[in-house]
Design a protein around this ligand. Structure first.
Ligand code: PEP
Ligand code: MG
Length: 320
């Protein structure tokens, strides 16, 4: 099987009908790039920048960040690179920020909430990102967006920083897409409005499932409620994809679900444009997608949306 996969490293990902979808990789550091190339990644769908900030005693400087972002953009040679701005909080702590302990860290002061309050920290990251933008195909993505004001505030900071850099004589790319993670149910529900303002969506199912089912993704006791194929989740995913396409935008997915064998046929049927996963899942996913036909997957997706439970959906996919 490994030999079969290896043949697909340099191939594009196409369905049995010849429709192209993008298979991208999730990375945490520039050191992960080799694995992406070896496994035939068509881009980076999620660069989790928080690892730059972790395991140290102070914030990374603008130059240090710039070097990392530049290394990833150059390493991908013009292929798309979606960089997620700092998503700290929840399960990931930064002791040197001295944030008070919270009762519910996953519902608390994390990610964009922190960045919009500690704007110095956020501006430094945005400057580093924009400086790196001329070295490749950068797309900037904001995490944990729960309402339109947050997106507008984050985007206007990005534009402010861009003007500042241009005034300083720094080269900044003119074609940077700006998108959001859809990982909070309120944002999935409002996707039609978001779609008019963002350039793309990337669905973060790791959190979207946790928040929709109200089941802590770290808690074994409630893991039976963490149901990726629950039609409630699938309906939200459909809403997001449909809303983006209506406005001529694209939708990717960067949660674990994107590389999942049961989910892939459904996601293809729903029209997902980009699948981002751990590098080692890319070739198995490409092999699977090549065998799936669009009309059948569309019918399958329509069918599973009418079912009632996670288990019924799994059955239906296995039977297809
Ligand atoms: C997600 O929530 O699906 C996601 C990709 O982000 P993280 O796992 O880093 O929270
Ligand atoms: Mg998340």
């Amino acid at each position: 099987q490994k030999a079969e996969w290896a043949k697909l490293v340099d191939e594009k990902t196409v369905t049995a009908n010849g429709r192209h979808v993008e298979l991208a990789a999730n990375i945490g550091t520039p050191g992960d790039l080799q694995g992406v190339t070896n496994n035939g990644g068509e881009g980076i769908g999620l660069y989790r920048t928080e690892f730059l900030y972790m395991g140290r005693t102070e914030l990374p400087s603008e130059d240090e960040q710039f070097e990392s972002y530049k290394a990833v953009l150059e390493g991908m040679k013009g292929k798309p690179v979606v960089v997620r701005t700092l998503d700290i909080g929840g399960d990931k702590e930064l002791p040197y920020l001295n944030l008070p302990e919270e009762m519910n860290p996953f519902l608390g002061f994390r990610a964009i909430r922190l960045c919009l309050e500690q704007t110095d920290l956020f501006r430094t990251q945005l400057r580093a990102l924009l400086r790196a933008s001329s070295y490749g195909n950068l797309k900037v993505m904001f995490p944990m967006i729960s309402n339109l004001q947050e997106f507008r505030a984050a985007k206007s900071l990005l534009l402010e920083v861009k003007e500042e850099l241009i005034a300083e004589g720094t080269e900044v790319s003119d074609s940077i897409e700006v998108g959001i993670m859809v990982e909070i149910p309120s944002t999935a529900v409002m996707a039609d409005q978001f779609a008019k303002e963002v350039d793309f969506f990337s669905i973060g199912t790791n959190d979207l499932i946790q928040y929709t089912m109200a089941a802590d993704r770290m808690n074994e006791r409630v893991s039976y409620l963490y149901q990726p194929y629950n039609p409630a989740i699938l309906r939200l995913i459909k809403m997001v994809i449909d809303a983006s396409h209506k406005e001529g935008k694209w939708t990717g997915m960067c949660g674990e679900m994107a590389g999942d064998e049961i989910a892939i046929p459904i996601l293809l049927g729903l029209g997902l444009d980009e699948f981002s996963m751990s590098a080692t899942s890319i070739l198995p996913a490409r092999t699977q997608i090549k065998q799936l036909s669009d009309d059948k997957m569309k019918a399958l997706a329509e069918h599973v949306l009418t079912l009632s439970t996670n288990e019924e959906v799994i059955e239906a996919v296995k039977k297809k």
